[in-house]
Design a protein around this ligand. Structure first.
Ligand code: PGA
Length: 249
């Protein structure tokens, strides 16, 4: 089973989100082979949920607030997302870490809040280009994983890790992904480290400039369990092509 997770970031308005969700939900896909999840913006979230309804396409939140409820203007909690149909939530996406100041501590709280609400957190980790050049990429990723999971019992928690080297994430669709072999090496490292912490198999997705043209080079690697897409998932034909490619593996 491979995963295709579509993070629509702030690319799509309500109308665009609804029409993309409609196009994807009408595709024949084999749920034994591919788990698709859409991560719309907060505003289109409920409309997308109504379209996905009883299909096997899951819904996810792009971010959550760690508190369950309260006076937190503009924020949405994991609990509220869960009640609105979210099965997954991204936690610690690099845009949250670097543009909005999410620290490892906040990320750990958000991850724990997801677990409490019954949502599977997708913990996003990844190094900067400087860290990779200095050979610190594995240490950085390991630290982010350790801190991100520090508030939960790893053995009892259903979670996914997304390896997204920051330098590989596209800006508005323009970006150069990580070499698939290098990505696979990092996935092997993560899985090896996680094997010391849990006997459960840890799923690791790759994210960063994945497109229809290169998706096969990532998902054909054994240690890459799927992809977390950004820009390429905001267009129906590109997302459909990616889903079809992944389904055929
Ligand atoms: P991208 O984004 O596919 O546009 O590079 C990936 C991500 O940030 O999840």
């Amino acid at each position: 089973m491979k995963y295709v997770f579509a993070n629509w970031k702030m690319y799509l308005d309500v109308h665009e989100s609804v029409s993309l969700a409609t196009a994807i939900s009408s595709m024949p896909t084999d749920k034994e082979k591919v788990q698709i999840a859409l991560f719309p913006g907060v505003l289109p979230f409920v409309s997308v949920q109504q379209i996905l309804g009883t299909t096997h396409i899951a819904l996810g939140a792009q971010d959550v607030h760690p508190e369950r409820t309260g006076a937190y203007t503009s924020k949405t909690s994991a609990d509220i997302f869960a009640k609105a149909g979210a099965s997954y939530a991204l936690v610690g996406h690099s845009e949250r870490r670097y543009l909005f100041g999410d620290t490892d501590e906040i990320i750990a709280d958000k991850l724990a809040a997801c677990v409490k609400a019954g949502i599977v957190p997708v913990l996003c980790v990844g190094e900067t280009l400087d860290m990779r050049k200095a050979g610190n990429h594995e240490a950085c990723v390991f630290e982010q994983i350790k801190k991100g999971l520090s508030q939960v019992d790893i053995e009892d928690t259903n979670f996914i890790i997304a390896y997204e080297p920051i330098w590989a994430i596209s800006q508005g669709g323009v970006g150069k992904g990580c070499d698939p072999q290098e990505a696979a090496q990092m996935h092997t490292f993560i899985k090896k480290e996680m094997a010391h912490a849990t006997k459960n198999e840890v799923r690791v997705l790759y994210g960063g400039s994945v497109r229809a043209e290169n998706v096969l080079s990532y998902v054909s690697q054994d240690t890459i369990d799927g992809v977390l897409l950004g820009h390429a998932s905001t267009n129906a034909s590109s997302l459909q092509e990616i889903i079809n490619t992944v389904s055929e593996i």
